[in-house]
Design a protein around this ligand. Structure first.
Ligand code: GN1
Ligand code: MG
Length: 356
C-alpha cells in the first residue's frame, strides 16, 4: 500500500468473526497508525464490488462532511489507502487472499452494549449515516445477494427442509419452530410485496447495525464514525432500524439458552427510536415510517429463520460451540419475536407519539 511510514508492530485488533483485523503501529510521530484487514471472501465473494461500494460511500460521506463544515475528517469517515501499483485500487490480492488498509481512528472506543444514552446516540448516527447517503449518485452493488430479503430467506429454509442434510428435520423442536415461523411467513414478507408494487424503494443501508460497528468518543457521549462497511448496499431503509433493536433491545445475547431471560427493552427502544427519527424523519416516506414497527419484529424473525436454516444444513455458516447451538439461537430469536409481538401496542404508540 502507498504509505511512507515505518512499521513498528502489527497485532490483532477487535472481536470480528468474519474478517481478520490487525493494528499496524508506525514509528513516526507525525504518521497515523493503520488497520490492516484480510477480507473473508467466502462470505463476500465479490471483493471488488465490496471495495467499490466502500469507495463510493466514503467519498460521498467525506464530501457531505466538508459541505457541513466538518474539519476533523480523520475521526468521522474511514479512509482506505490505495495500492502502490494502482492509485484507484483499495485492496491488494496476495496468494488468493484479499487485504485492505485504512487509517486507524485514534481517541475512539467501541461498545458491546447500550444504555439509553448510547442507544440515542446510535439512533442519531445511523439516521445521519443514511441521510448522508440518501443521494449517493451511483448505484451500489449487492455485496451479498438477497441479504435482507425475507422471501429469499424463507425459500432457503424450505430448501434446507427438503434436503435435510444434517438429518435434523424430524426433531420435535425443529417441527415446532417451523410451524410457528410458517404462521408468520405471509405477514413477514410484506416488504417484498410492497417493493414489487413499487411502493417501497431500496436505499443505501448499512445492513449490519450492531452497536459494536460504531466508534464512540472516549467519553462515550458522541458517535464519531460508523464502521464495518462491507454490507453497505441497497435495502429497505428500515433494515438498519430493526436490526439494531434486535441485538440492542434484547436483555439476553442471541444465543442465551435460558429463554426466560429474554425481554424487549422499552427504554433502549424508545431512546434509539427518538435519536433515529430526529435525523432520519426528514427523508423517510410516510410508508417507510409506517413500516418501522414491522421492522422491529422482522429482524429477530429473519434471524430465527437464518439460524434454523444453518442448523438444518449442518452448521456451515455460523461457528457453533455445541451441536444444538444454531437451534438454540433460532429458538432464542423466535422468543424475542414473541416478546416484540407482546410489546407491539406500546411500540406503535411510542412511534406515533414521536410524530406529532
Ligand atoms: C453475522 O458478521 P457478524 O457476525 O457481525 C451476519 C449478520 C447476522 C449476525 C448474527 C455477513 O454478523 O447478518 O445478523 O451474524 N453477517 C453476515 O449474529 O451474514
Ligand atoms: Mg464489526
Amino acid at each position: 500500500f502507498a504509505v511512507s511510514a515505518t512499521v513498528s508492530t502489527i497485532r490483532p485488533l477487535g472481536s470480528g468473526l468474519i474478517n481478520d483485523t490487525y493494528l499496524v503501529v508506525t514509528e513516526e510521530k507525525d504518521q497515523p497508525d493503520y488497520v490492516l484487514q484480510r477480507i473473508n471472501h467466502e462470505v463476500f465473494p465479490d471483493v471488488d464490488m465490496v471495495m467499490r461500494n466502500i469507495a463510493i460511500v466514503t467519498r460521498h460521506i467525506r464530501e457531505r462532511l466538508i459541505a457541513q463544515g466538518e474539519t476533523d475528517l480523520r475521526h468521522h469517515v474511514l479512509e482506505f489507502l490505495p495500492t502502490v501499483e494502482d492509485a484507484n485500487r483499495l485492496y491488494a490480492e496476495v496468494d488468493g487472499h484479499y487485504w485492505r488498509l485504512m487509517v486507524f481512528i485514534d481517541h475512539a472506543v467501541t461498545k458491546q452494549e447500550v444504555n439509553p444514552e448510547s442507544a440515542h446516540a446510535a439512533g442519531q448516527s445511523f439516521g445521519h449515516f443514511q441521510a448522508m447517503l440518501a443521494d449517493v449518485p451511483c448505484q451500489l452493488g449487492e455485496t451479498i445477494k438477497d441479504f435482507h430479503n425475507m422471501e429469499f430467506r424463507i425459500e432457503q429454509l424450505k430448501q434446507a427442509c427438503v434436503e435435510d442434510r444434517a438429518g435434523r428435520f424430524d426433531e420435535p423442536a425443529v417441527q415446532e419452530l417451523l410451524e410457528q415461523l410458517g404462521k408468520r411467513a405471509e405477514a413477514m414478507t410484506e416488504a417484498e410485496r410492497l417493493g414489487r408494487e413499487g411502493k417501497l424503494p431500496k436505499r443505501v443501508c448499512h445492513c449490519d447495525t450492531k452497536v459494536n460497528n460504531m466508534l464512540f468518543s472516549e467519553d462515550g457521549s458522541e458517535v464519531l464514525c460508523v464502521i464495518d462497511l462491507d454490507t453497505v448496499m441497497p435495502s429497505f431503509i428500515f433494515s438498519d432500524y430493526g436490526d439494531f433493536l434486535r441485538t440492542a433491545a434484547s436483555t439476553a445475547a442471541e444465543d442465551e439458552p435460558d429463554f426466560s431471560k429474554i425481554q424487549f427493552r422499552q427504554d433502549v427502544f424508545q431512546a434509539f427510536t427518538k435519536g433515529y427519527l430526529a435525523s432520519a424523519r426528514s427523508f423517510l416516506t410516510p410508508l417507510e415510517i409506517q413500516m418501522l414497527p414491522y421492522a422491529v419484529v422482522l429482524f429477530p424473525y429473519m434471524q430465527s429463520v437464518r439460524f434454523l436454516w444453518d442448523y438444518l444444513n449442518g452448521d456451515g455458516y455460523w461457528k457453533v460451540q455445541y451441536p444444538t447451538h444454531n437451534l438454540v439461537r433460532a429458538q432464542n430469536q423466535f422468543e424475542l419475536v414473541k416478546r416484540v409481538e407482546e410489546a407491539m401496542p406500546a411500540i406503535k404508540a411510542f412511534i406515533n407519539s414521536q410524530l406529532n
